[in-house]
Design a protein around this ligand. Sequence first.
Ligand SMILES: CC(C)(COP(=O)(O)OP(=O)(O)OC[C@H]1O[C@@H](n2cnc3c(N)ncnc32)[C@H](O)[C@@H]1OP(=O)(O)O)[C@@H](O)C(=O)NCCC(=O)NCCS
Length: 278
Amino acid sequence: MELIAADNFTLEELTEAYNQTRVDYLVPMPMNVARLREYIYVYDVDLSASCVAMDGDVMLGLGMLGIRQKRGWITRLGVLPSGRRRGVGSAIMQELIGQAQKRNLKEIWLEVIKGNTAGFNLFRKFEFEVTRELIVARRAPAPLDPLPEHLQVYRVTPLNHEEAIILLSHRQGRPNWLIETESMQNARNLSALLVELENGGRGWVTYHAGLFQLTRIVVEVTVGDPQEVTWAVLHTLHQRYKRQDAVAENLCDDEKWPGYERVGYFDAFRRIEMVKTL
Ligand SMILES: CC(C)(COP(=O)(O)OP(=O)(O)OC[C@H]1O[C@@H](n2cnc3c(N)ncnc32)[C@H](O)[C@@H]1OP(=O)(O)O)[C@@H](O)C(=O)NCCC(=O)NCCS
């Protein structure tokens, strides 16, 4: 087996290999070339630091490394089902960690879907530590119940991409890689709504509005009860986008989460975030 830098392959080849590693995956996530291209761009994946495991002409698996300042992020790791349990996943991990060390990175992050025992054990073997559990939430378009009297909205201010990025850069707490300000900055056409309540509560939501789906949903509460303001902010968003379904990725299971549930979000699956200090 040989490990070859991923920038020696076309995006078509990488997409094909990736899809083959995920044919039996817990949560189906097939990629196409356009989506992989966007993924690499938005999440700062460095193909020269990423690798493909080859046996002659046959691709056995692959793994990618995102890089931001001194931080790395392992993603898209997978081995074809026929070649598993023979050390290929470990070899790819070793290579990605080596690439991170070569670039003087200080830590490597990753997420693994809760219930993926093979992935989780592999990452534990390489001394990754669990940091937290993250929720991937979805919402189907559905009529909204009116907000209660004490949560009436006083003013809504729509904001553009640049203004949304400023809001995101002032978040409390550490966002996960997928929703870090860098990811949101790289994603195109972000919008935001700043929502003020009659009771003095205040919060905002960023989002990307596609034809059928709202994505890149991040809510922050700046004044007031986290659950109630989240409820009012999301109620405002979904009243404006009645036809789209919605995906909110990598939310913390915190005081805001019940506010998501109040407007119809449900917990689709969870990811375990892990980190290794180099
Ligand atoms: C996770 C995955 C990459 C492991 O690849 P692999 O080539 O089989 O891994 P290795 O043979 O190097 O195994 C390394 C360690 O992983 C763990 N592991 C691998 N498969 C496992 C399984 N089926 N059950 C439990 N632990 C497993 C073990 O700790 C193993 O160490 P051991 O052999 O000393 O027990 C592979 O199962 C895969 O591609 N799965 C689908 C995609 C995926 O889950 N990607 C990772 C999450 S992003």
